[in-house]
Design a protein around this ligand. Structure first.
Ligand code: AMP
Ligand code: MG
Length: 350
């Protein structure tokens, strides 16, 4: 057990720089620091130190073939670690700093432990001020996966981090709730400049295409991997974001969802419902375990609360959880990708 220190931190605090310097020292000496980003909380360590990278895998219980994203303080810093090119800089100019991760061929400066034994490395330049200042003060790239135990929903508040990581890391920086709430968009740039979306996020396919032309969407973004199929992104093959009770995604209008749930009988069910539909559903089903999930077309609001909602519901030991199937459009694709995994692809067409 590590004696975890918690730093509650706001930019306006008089000791802001001192705390950042202290956390940066922990990173430099091979320790683990959880820090906020604009997507979800990250579990950081020195990306150039293989021992430190191994500590991340141990703290999360993460399989060591699932590579870590390295976080840098400016897009140009990628030069030290990856073979960049024009497409990288086109994307960087528009989306960095911000919630975009780019995978390119790796230089030898990134230990194999950090990149899960792959030839490639994932690079991101976060916009969150605390994340940025921490990386800058550490003077090294910071390897950071999401700061949750492997398999559980990513942490979007300091309390989630404390629930999962107390005693497993040296420092937790509490910077408040995550702004976006879902992990970064991940693209891979191939040697022939093809851009493939591996994980959808706040930066949408249309936004990416407007900068770098056509974007391929990896099959695993929306579909189950077939038996024996190799995932382009190793993380795609693992069960993820999953609550203990089975989650079922309902594909259809609210009336059809109500009839379907009614027919399923007397299970203790939690229902995740769009804010504007909570009242109709609770009244029709006489069920008070209905959880509001932002308005129907407000994917940004839904993204912000998805993981918190899954964690909250999971604590109450329901038999089953129902939620609406998100659309594939815009930020909907990111919600679809996370929720379909949490539901182990269990979708009912109404
Ligand atoms: P997390 O760190 O929890 O946000 O997850 C990071 C995701 O990025 C995982 O799904 C990894 O498998 C993926 N990833 C990181 N590095 C690479 C890489 N070099 N190639 C493909 N996927 C990667
Ligand atoms: Mg993760």
């Amino acid at each position: 057990m590590i004696n975890t220190e918690i730093f509650k931190l706001k930019q306006t605090d008089a000791d802001y720089s001192d705390k950042i310097a202290k956390a940066a020292e922990v990173i430099k000496s091979g320790g683990l620091v959880v820090f906020p980003t604009e997507t979800v909380y990250g579990l950081g360590a020195d990306a150039t130190n293989p021992e430190a990278a191994r500590k991340i895998f141990a703290a999360k219980g993460r399989p060591s073939d699932n590579p870590l994203i390295i976080h840098i303080s400016s897009p140009e810093e990628a030069e030290g670690y990856a073979y960049t090119g024009d497409v990288y800089y086109q994307l960087a100019e528009t989306f960095m700093p911000g919630p975009l991760t780019v995978i390119m061929d790796s230089k030898d400066t990134v230990p194999l432990a950090t990149r899960g034994g792959l030839e490639t490395v994932a690079v991101r330049c976060p916009e969150n001020k605390i994340a940025h200042d921490l990386i800058l003060a550490a003077g090294k790239p910071v390897a950071a996966p999401s700061a949750n135990l492997s398999g559980t929903p990513s942490a979007t508040s300091a309390q989630h981090v404390i629930d999962d990581m107390m005693g497993r890391v040296d420092v937790i920086i509490d910077g408040g709730d995550s702004e976006f709430g879902i992990e970064s968009t991940i693209v891979k740039i191939d040697a022939d400049a093809t851009v493939t979306l591996l994980r959808p996020g706040k930066i949408t396919v249309d936004e990416l295409s407007s900068v770098c032309g056509s974007v391929k969407i990896a099959d695993a973004v929306t579909n189950k991997l077939r038996e024996g199929e190799r995932a382009l992104s190793p993380g795609m093959k693992y069960r993820h974001y999953a609550p203990t009770a089975p989650l079922v995604l309902l594909d259809g209008e609210v009336d059809a969802a109500i009839s379907y749930i009614k027919k399923q009988g007397k299970q203790r069910a939690a229902i995740i419902a769009y804010e504007d539909e909570v009242e109709i559903i609770s009244r029709a089903l006489g069920n008070s375990d209905c959880y509001a999930f932002g308005k129907r077309n407000d994917e940004i609001a839904q993204a912000r609360i998805l993981f918190a909602l899954l964690r909250k519901i999971d604590k109450k030991n329901y038999d089953i959880i129902y939620a609406p199937l998100p659309s594939l459009r815009g930020v909907g694709l990111a919600l679809y990708n996370r929720m379909i995994r949490a539901a182990a692809h269990n979708v009912v067409k109404l």
